[in-house]
Ligand binder design. Structure first.
Ligand SMILES: N[C@@H](CCC(=O)N[C@@H](CS)C(=O)NCC(=O)O)C(=O)O
Length: 207
């Protein structure tokens, strides 16, 4: 049985939960991370020396890094539609996943810590405004992309890339900030909310 280590409020854990749902893959989840069992204990550090969730154990195979985990699960248990095998289609899917984990993730970091987590060390108004502007600019890149595909981020079908991107849109919509009108992003998000896996695991968390 696949074991998922990590609290369900974490956006990175929810990538794994939603992916399992899309794959009809049964799993057991254990609550780890701040507010739950500490990831700083030797037992957890032996699984992930970074002390971060999610981690999986798939019949003894241990893996961390959320996007690597969902790629592994899709490779092992998914079909060609969910994670395309054609080199260019796969590269396009990977491109949007890597962009989410790097550029997009970095753009929201300060604003999210300030506006959602109320972190005392993230209260500089200029830095909040700069982060919000940068976050909105990145969602604008998605707007252009979704206008071009007319459907999903990697093309006309739902793929693995829509999991990290969809959860990121969810976070953007759930954060109290001024958002430009992005109709293709809104239509895309609506499309995602119709998926049972999103309904079960897509809700915004705070970690
Ligand atoms: N790059 C990592 C980031 C993981 C990460 O930052 N996880 C956060 C929760 S979203 C965490 O474990 N925080 C420490 C804690 O909750 O104890 C991934 O994508 O898996």
């Amino acid at each position: 049985m696949l074991i998922v280590f990590g609290k369900a409020s974490s956006i990175n854990v929810r990538k794994v939960l939603w992916c399992c749902d899309e794959l009809n893959l049964p799993f057991q989840r254990e609550d780890w991370g701040s507010g739950f069992q500490s990831t700083q204990v030797p037992e957890f550090l032996a699984l992930n020396p970074n002390a971060l969730v999610p981690v999986i154990d798939d019949d003894g195979f241990v893996l961390w890094e959320s996007n690597s985990i969902i790629r592994y699960l899709a490779n092992r248990y998914g079909n060609d539609s969910f994670y395309p095998r054609h080199p260019q289609a796969r590269a396009c899917t990977d491109q949007w996943m890597d962009w989410q984990a790097t550029n997009l993730n970095n753009s929201w970091s300060y604003a999210f810590m300030s506006l959602v987590r109320n972190s005392p060390t993230h209260q500089d108004p200029q830095q909040v405004a700069a982060s919000v502007a940068n976050w909105n600019r990145h969602i604008g890149i998605l707007e252009q992309r979704l206008q071009a595909t007319g459907a999903y981020v990697a093309g006309d079908r739902f793929t693995l890339a829509d999991i990290p991107i969809g959860l990121s849109i969810n976070r953007w919509l759930a954060t109290p900030l001024e958002r430009p009108d992005y109709p293709a992003v809104s239509a895309y998000f609506q499309r995602l909310t119709e998926r049972p896996g999103f309904s079960r695991h897509g809700n915004n968390g705070t970690a």
